[in-house]
Design a protein around this ligand. Sequence first.
Ligand code: COA
Length: 222
Amino acid sequence: MPTSTELSNARHHHSDASTHASHNPPNALAQNAEPGPSPDQSGNPDDDDSAGTDGNTATHARTVAAPTVRRPTIADGAHMWRIASDSGELDVNTPYAYALLARDFHDTCRVATVADEAVGFVTGYRRPEAPTTLFVWQIAVEPAFRGRNIGGLLLDALVRDLVDIVAVETTVTQTNDSSRRLFGKFADRHDARMSESPLFAAGHFPDAHEAEPLLTISGLAH
Ligand SMILES: CC(C)(COP(=O)(O)OP(=O)(O)OC[C@H]1O[C@@H](n2cnc3c(N)ncnc32)[C@H](O)[C@@H]1OP(=O)(O)O)[C@@H](O)C(=O)NCCC(=O)NCCS
């Protein structure tokens, strides 16, 4: 296994950019006007984070509903499970696990919606031994909505709301370029350092599974 290595965000492979640049969300979601934030089912009106002004999204803003980010409710558990199942990448937890996360860890989880439909989620928790470190367990965006920085909006919303968080950890396989790009850009936006070190080797998993090295993003500017 490699030793702890500073990652240069610039080294992230970007060969799929031309393919993704042509991606368009489904016509069913085309709208002429940007809607306001969706209702916050958790009962916290301040949770909503309508986010239609960033890079790619701004390009589509006149034709596509802007994503909104909020804390999950128990009802979102089923949506999170569906999005994880559709991801083609994640180890899918049980529907019960997502309902439980939505109930007990909603402060460190978020759901992204477009036109009131859940299209992405992030789950995480404060590490019990280091509560100012947020461990990002899973993040996924529906395939049709990728490449619009919705993953970035989910991560940014967590860091914005969890003001005492000083570091973010996650594990990402060597082959998951999209996820590595996502976290690399997140680190850049927050003037943070990203390093990589071994954590879970393939042999730690009883099934066929790639190694999951640890990415640590530290020195976060909020
Ligand atoms: C990782 C993931 C959450 C990123 O979400 P996102 O909202 O698409 O994030 P971004 O828009 O910032 O795109 C991140 C990278 O994905 C790639 N990408 C862009 N458009 C894409 C598309 N239509 N389809 C797939 N990947 C795309 C690009 O490499 C992009 O980096 P770039 O902006 O520098 O070109 C999403 O790809 C996903 O759900 N993947 C499957 C689940 C997964 O792997 N989760 C992480 C486990 S560690």
